[in-house]
Design a protein around this ligand. Sequence first.
Ligand code: FES
Length: 309
Amino acid sequence: MKARIRSIGWEADHVLCFRLEPLPGAHFPPFTAGGHIELALKPGLSRSYSLLNDPAETDVYVIGVQLDPASRGGSQHIHEHWRAGQVVEVCEPRNHFPLNEDAELSILVAGGIGITPMLSMIARLQRLGRRWELHYAVRSRSRAAFLDRLGGYAQVHLTVDDEPATPRLDLAGLVDSAPAGAHLYCCGPAGMLSAFREQGARLGDRLHYEYFSSDAPVANEGGYQLLLQRSGKRVEVAPGETMLDALLGAGVDVGFACYEGVCGSCRVTVLEGVPDHRDSFLTPQERDANTAVMPCCSGARSSVLTLDL
Ligand code: FES
């Protein structure tokens, strides 16, 4: 879909907020709290960003983009090239981080720019009249985006790393004291997510998380073969390349965005063989079942991996 950048706002150091609207006569599909859109930035460069506005708003998508110093092109491209009035390409919203709207209490935990999906969740929970609380950790106050939207709520707890007087974020305490009907959500840096998953493992499907980056090493050792069941093609994955590199190099059309196993865009069904999972997207159950693989970052433990492509 085409979208016009209606306005750009400054939210914090290195964080800009973009309001996107459809072109005249067109409409945006609705989205749900926690959802995201994928942006086609230029050939070969797509990225996913959480929608942060109220899902009840029609024909408006709002995203927050933090300039990542380690950017592999996505946030840097947006910060340097996007201007108000410009027309950009977006894909329709998806949601891998949905809200359980029946929970007695929603405990939201955000680290840095991981605040963005929480904002749409808060808007939705407010409309539903549901109980929620937010624990928001930032490195410094100057980097705390969207604080003005949260200032009116007593149930927002802010941790500022370089202000020791603010209460520290106690993930173990949050998990241990969560009431039986509570659902817990976390979006933030990989370290925070890993700790959250570890602390809350016993909560099962009451634990929800979304990665926006990964620190897991990509599997690019190669040395295995892909058998594409539907086309009958065989593709060799050479040392130094990822499974996705090999597929794209062989002219196979596979969608992708983050290139680091966090967005879910490249998911492929595995029919036979054992993947070497390196993503942060599949659930532990999905990993154990070996029925899906994220080719942007994962490899193979078997010499042949048969894919539903
Ligand atoms: S491209 Fe995002 S998970 Fe593979």
